[in-house]
Ligand binder design. Structure first.
Ligand SMILES: Nc1ncnc2c1ncn2[C@@H]1O[C@H](COP(=O)(O)OP(=O)(O)OP(=O)(O)O)[C@@H](O)[C@H]1O
Ligand SMILES: [Mg+2]
Length: 309
């Protein structure tokens, strides 16, 4: 549904997006994750046709955004990082204005305003001047304007930033709901949000894609990503030393009451560990693989890139 190929953006001499390529399939909700200045907003603005790439292409449902941007734009709803609201308009007049811009006729506009107001829970604020809305409700109006023309593709740039926990939960629920029959790319810094809403994550750092996979698959692409947590009945220090002597084990840490061992993804040290414990007459109480949290993955990927450049 969204196809990006070799997308590049220079701002003057500054390379903000560096030759990135990825796809978002129909019906997917994908998180676009990256630290500040990674290039998320720049990429999203190029996808939506608001910013001309320096190089590369974007296709929305087969429409090239350089040569057929009108067709492409019609299919996209975009919630920018900072929603440009006209502070002296009411919610209703603003949504009416956006709907008309999007080419909806009078009748359809009225129907859609009612629908999006209900979807985004804006009923109590429909006749309030936008300048008087709280931040969270301004975000909701931002979402409402993005879906007013019922687009199949949503590009949401940090949709939950700056809103309170209750509204965050509601907004996430809303995005999940919207994602049932739409394709969504959403940028965020908030890691728990990624696993709550998204099936897949694309991590961008310094303008380059450093990872892109289903969340549960991300661990395997990391160097030394595999870890096992053991509980051993025995002298902690001696156990550590013994575990460290096993060939394929790269690191051992003791976090009472567990020993944590790290080994390369293509190795399976379980049998050797068991054997070593038995030989030393210590009892192995438990042994289980440890999955890296998304936060650890994120930190490792962005740190690795830094040392590599
Ligand atoms: N209009 C602009 N002119 C010049 N440089 C820009 C412009 N917009 C962004 N940049 C630069 O491009 C890089 C990427 O910025 P971008 O806003 O895409 O990052 P981001 O990932 O959205 O960050 P954040 O998480 O802070 O929103 C940054 O180094 C930024 O300073
Ligand atoms: Mg941004």
């Amino acid at each position: 549904m969204i196809r990006i190929q070799n997308l590049t953006k220079y701002y003057g001499k500054r390379l903000a997006v560096d030759d990135i390529s990825f796809n978002v399939e129909k019906g997917e909700i994908v998180a676009f994750l990256g630290p500040n200045a990674a290039g998320k907003t720049t990429t999203m603005r190029m996808i939506t046709g608001y910013l001309m790439p320096t190089g590369g292409d974007v296709w929305i449902a087969g429409h090239n955004m350089a040569s057929h941007s009108l067709e492409g734009r019609r299919l996209i709803g975009y919630m920018p990082e900072i929603v440009p609201l006209y502070t002296d308009m009411t919610t209703r007049s603003y949504l009416d204005f956006v709907a008309r811009l999007r080419g909806l006729d009078k009748k359809r506009t009225k129907i859609r305003i009612d629908e999006v107001v209900e979807i985004c829970h804006l009923e109590d604020y429909i006749d309030v001047i936008l300048g008087k809305l709280s931040k969270g409700f301004r975000q909701r109006v931002g979402l409402a304007q993005a879906i007013i023309h019922d687009p199949g593709v949503l590009i949401l740039d940090e949709p939950t930033i700056g809103i309170d926990p209750i509204q965050v939960a509601q907004t996430r629920g809303l995005i999940k709901e919207l994602g049932k029959d739409r394709t969504i790319l959403l940028s965020t810094h908030i890691l728990p949000e990624v696993s709550m809403i998204c099936e897949r994550v694309i991590i961008i750092h310094e303008g380059r894609i450093v990872a892109g996979d289903r969340i549960e698959n991300l661990t395997t692409i990391l160097k030394g990503g595999n870890r096992i947590r053991l509980k051993v009945q025995g002298p902690a220090e001696k156990v550590t030393t013994r575990l460290a002597r096993i060939d394929c084990i790269q690191a051992v840490a003791y976090e009472k009451p567990f020993h944590l061992v790290e080994f390369p993804a293509d190795q399976e040290p379980q049998a050797e560990i068991t054997q070593a414990m038995v030989q030393s007459s210590w009892t192995l109480l438990s042994m289980e693989p440890v999955k890296m949290s998304l936060e650890e993955i994120f930190l490792q990927l962005t740190a690795e890139e830094e040392t590599g450049s």
